[in-house]
Design a protein around this ligand. Sequence first.
Ligand SMILES: NC(=O)c1ccc[n+]([C@@H]2O[C@H](COP(=O)([O-])OP(=O)(O)OC[C@H]3O[C@@H](n4cnc5c(N)ncnc54)[C@H](O)[C@@H]3O)[C@@H](O)[C@H]2O)c1
Length: 260
Amino acid sequence: MTEQRRDGLVGAVALVTGAGSGIGQASAIALAEAGARIVITELPDRLDNAEITAGMIVNNGGEAVVTPLDVTSLESINDCVGATTEAFDGRIDVLVNNAGINVPQMAFDVTENAWDRVLDVNLKGVFFMAQAVGKLMRDQSPPGGAIVNMASQMGLVGYSNRSAYCSSKAGVINLSRVLAFEWAEVGIRVNAVCPTFVETPLTRPMFEDAAFKADVYRRIPLGRLATPEDVAAAVVFLAGRGAGMITGHALTVDGGWTAV
Ligand SMILES: NC(=O)c1ccc[n+]([C@@H]2O[C@H](COP(=O)([O-])OP(=O)(O)OC[C@H]3O[C@@H](n4cnc5c(N)ncnc54)[C@H](O)[C@@H]3O)[C@@H](O)[C@H]2O)c1
């Protein structure tokens, strides 16, 4: 396959946060299949999961290293970016800001602690990872790169039990637009992906509720949940050369949920 066909990702360095699980794992694998060298990051106490993802990539002929990262800690972010540049030629071409959490609570019951945790990981973490990697992308030679932020359809619509989560994801979408605007001049594209429900460790417990499951399926015109691979395909597209004129966009992978 020519480099052109592989969308300019051959040899690119791609850092994926929360890549030991779910959508992050699928995105790391898909980027590696497109030829990128992958930095798998995970919370320090979940590095075993990161090693599993790295093993899957290496067994498939790809390159991957594992680095601990807690996106709520600026110190951890700086250590992670430093370790990445040591591992791979001092550069990062693609950042997938995937790490995220949800604490489902009805609005009357949301605690300050839960609100802060969700916003810290999902919005503040995305911003400070983008800032740290964005500075590197600005200063590297040649400059530039692609940042893909994992938002959600829940940043575009409301749904019960999710005031903090929906707020954080709406923030990620508009943050992506601001960064796209500011950083276009240094060659950094910034986009968001907005998936519908995907069955992952994050959502598996929710689908034990039959009424919830029925409501979700009813709202998705294509009649199924997204798979991690559906979302990873959007990540690879936005990271690659084929999306070279796309920045500040929020790409839904929602089977039509937000279209009706
Ligand atoms: N699963 C869905 O239905 C769905 C839908 C839309 C958007 N999303 C978003 O996709 C992303 C991935 O979700 P998933 O479903 O794969 O969930 P997941 O729980 O399987 O994966 C999330 C990953 O983030 C990591 N993480 C959590 N806190 C972190 C922190 N402070 N620092 C670094 N890493 C941390 C976790 O260890 C985990 O590996 C999230 O941003 C989520 O909000 C998920």
